[in-house]
Design a protein around this ligand. Structure first.
Ligand code: WTA
Length: 658
């Protein structure tokens, strides 16, 4: 180990003993929120508090009532109000004289750059909104978006918002089959995609792959294709080039005010069954929530800051904190197309240095990866522009937090560990950087206006400082309003456990003596692999659809780098023999059905799976043996010998891996 590494290691070790980290010197004085009174203000009148935040937006018509919660869990926020999201994110900044302000410093994988100003967005969003209208897209029609991290994805989302057509964005890492499934479930009328995409110096054709699976989907009337890589893109009758549509379209598209509860988007997310959930967000409350939290959590000064959220726009973090929150606040962001290790492992730090990024928001898994690559990469660059760091997506271990704090933040940047979900729409538990003493590994306290509680599973009562289930007690403006076309599942999943007015989060958590929340992780069959949310049932269903597989059980194994990793216990059809080729085949099959990111890291052959007498697979036992824990009671199993066989298999596997 080099001397510098050893010194860093010792420093981090020493800091592990430090329990709290107050805001750095001088930060509080300049912060937007300087004192605790904001919590009391929100507590004493939380509807009034949210109404005040909503007033920061432009409303075509003001609301009559802040919140209607008379029929939980159906919340209505800003009842009777009307607004246009695209107007709020673009037009009003241009009208205020900030058209020349950069909305996105875009950087492509090969280092090419583009500066997208608010005036550029204003022009393109209007044109593309008109193009969609010309194709017959009307308010309420669902528009799919399957695009990489290029400026057009923002234009597409805002154009949909402008004409009241809810978008359904699918993360670029999903396979075309997953895209098809999501288009089918949501009855999408149009899909916006790309000829090809780039990843680490290679290109992949997208349009032709999409065609392969989308051919017979009748509801899909139009496919709009952005020209990106020049990849061969067969264009049929329902296909249109994005640039041609933009060229032809009229310049002006009036921003009509839509009802505050008009649907803004659907985002499919993994739940505990094989079918993804279409999480539905609406207009007024959502925009209020993302704009407010983006401002106070990141202490945003739109005139000075350069903000960068490294998520992909296809996940909720990208929706709320690349697109809607930052643009509603008129802020300048960085948008980066590529991977963190291409062309080299310092590219993120190069981006920070070259644009003078002041606020950086990323995932713990990315921090752990950078930590593994070593401090030499960030140290090659001048990161002194940074003044605030954030994390999201999974619990962060104290060691990674401290590395982020010392190596990236130079010990001068507060870290905001933000807890929230696709369902919550915006950040719910997080430090306020000017006032909160942070503790590495804790998302600290609920934001003003948020009522989060940890309760016992058995009776729903307050769990004190014991571990329990996280719940949210009060409606909040950005909350999901429904699961698209699946109301029963909406109630069953979130509002059945402790009553119709208590939102069941699905995370285990602990609250310490200081009222700080330590979110531990999911209590359902949802995994978090490198910050990507997926369901065991979805992966099982993909594996079982392989012709040679009889049965499969998927579990998440704790993994130092990625949080969880996917392990699959697989039983083959009688006539099949286990082989390394078959392992590859099954992994490829999962990539095709869901996406590469869902491929199991380990496949463990099993002659049989542990099942109860009623035939239910006992995943708990599989998790226990996979992680080398003592097995608990196995007498409820139909065939207790199964476990002994599996234990043998796992030991063999581990010996091979060592
Ligand atoms: C987890 C991502 C601990 C949690 C925005 C949650 C976290 C799930 C944190 C939602 C955090 C998110 N600390 N755990 N700061 N942030 N999680 O829907 O388990 O992709 O339920 O939303 O991620 O994942 P989703």
């Amino acid at each position: 180990m080099a001397t510098e590494e050893r010194t860093l290691e010792q420093k981090l070790e020493a800091l592990l003993d430090q329990e709290t980290f107050p805001p750095p010197d001088g930060f509080r004085e300049k912060a937007l929120i300087k004192d605790d009174s904001i919590y009391e203000e929100a507590e004493s009148d939380y509807e009034g508090f949210w109404a005040k935040q909503a007033e920061a937006l432009h409303w075509e018509k003001k609301w009559d009532e802040v919140l209607d919660w008379s029929d939980p869990p159906n919340a209505k926020w800003f009842v009777g109000g009307k607004l246009n999201v695209a107007y709020n994110c673009v037009d009003r900044h241009v009208e205020a004289g900030n058209g020349d302000r950069v909305a996105f410093h875009w950087r492509g994988e090969e280092g090419e750059t583009e500066e997208v100003t608010y005036a550029d967005l204003h022009r393109d969003v209007q044109k593309f909104a008109n193009a969609l209208k010309d194709l017959g897209v009307e308010p309420g029609d669902v528009v799919g978006i399957f695009l990489p991290m290029i400026p057009e994805v923002v234009v597409a989302m805002l154009a949909c918002a402008r004409i009241g057509a809810p978008h359904n964005v699918v993360f670029g890492g999903f396979s075309p089959e997953s895209v098809r499934e999501r288009m089918e479930f949501s009855d999408a009328k149009a899909l916006i995609t790309v000829d090809g995409a780039r990843r680490k110096g290679k290109t992949a054709s997208i349009k032709s792959q999409v065609d392969e699976v989308m051919g017979d989907l009748k509801s899909l009337e139009h496919v709009i294709v952005v020209k990106r890589t020049g990849e061969d893109a067969p264009m049929g009758e329902r296909d249109h080039w994005y640039h041609e549509l933009i060229e032809k379209a009229d310049d002006e598209c009036q921003a009509e005010g839509f009802d505050a509860e008009h649907p803004l988007y659907i985002l499919y997310s993994s739940g505990s069954t094989a079918k993804p959930k279409g999480i539905l967000h609406t207009t007024g409350g959502y925009l209020t929530g993302v704009a407010y939290t983006h401002k106070v959590v990141f202490d945003l000064k739109p005139e000075e800051d350069v903000y960068w959220c490294s998520a992909d726009v296809g996940w909720v973090t990208g929706h709320s904190y690349i697109v809607y929150g930052p643009l509603a606040n008129g802020c300048t962001s960085v948008m980066y197309e590529g991977a963190p290790d291409y062309p080299d492992k310092d590219v993120w730090f190069d981006v920070i240095e070259s644009y003078g990024v002041t606020i950086f928001y990323t995932a713990p898994t990315a921090i752990r990866t950078c930590m593994k690559w070593g401090a030499a990469y960030p140290e090659k660059h001048d990161l002194s522009s940074l003044r605030l760091l954030g994390t999201v997506g999974e619990p962060i271990n104290p060691k990674a937090w401290l590395w982020y704090h010392v190596v990236v933040g130079g010990e001068r940047c507060p870290i905001v560990d933000t807890w929230w979900q696709t369902e919550t729409g915006h950040i719910m538990i997080s430090p306020l950087p000017g006032i909160t003493d942070t503790k590495p590994g804790s998302a600290t306290r609920p934001l003003p206006g948020v009522d989060a509680r940890v309760v016992n599973e058995s009776d729903g009562e307050d769990a004190g400082t014991e571990q329990g289930l996280l719940t949210l007690r009060r409606p909040w403006p950005g909350m999901l309003r429904n699961l698209y076309r699946d109301e029963d599942r909406f109630i069953e999943t979130y509002w059945d456990k402790f009553g119709r007015d208590v939102y069941f989060v699905g995370d285990a958590s602990r609250k310490d003596e200081d009222g700080y929340f330590w979110v531990i992780g999911r209590v359902d069959d949802v995994l978090n692999v490198s910050g990507h949310r997926m369901s065991t049932a979805e992966i099982e269903s993909a594996i079982v659809s392989h012709g040679k597989v009889a049965e499969a059980a998927v579990i998440g194994q704790a993994d130092e780098d990625t949080g969880h990793s996917v392990a699959a216990f697989v039983t083959l059809e009688g006539s099949q023999t286990e082989s390394d080729e078959l392992v590859t085949e099954i992994r490829d099959h999962v990539a095709k059905r869901i996406g590469k990111f869902a491929r199991p890291k380990r496949i463990i052959w099993a002659d049989d799976l542990p099942k109860t007498r009623s035939g239910k697979i006992m995943r708990r036992l599989l998790r226990d043996i996979a992680e080398g824990r003592e097995l608990g009671d196995v007498t409820t199993l139909r065939d207790p010998d199964v476990m002994a066989q599996l234990e043998g298999r796992i030991k063999e596997r581990q010996a091979e891996e060592d």
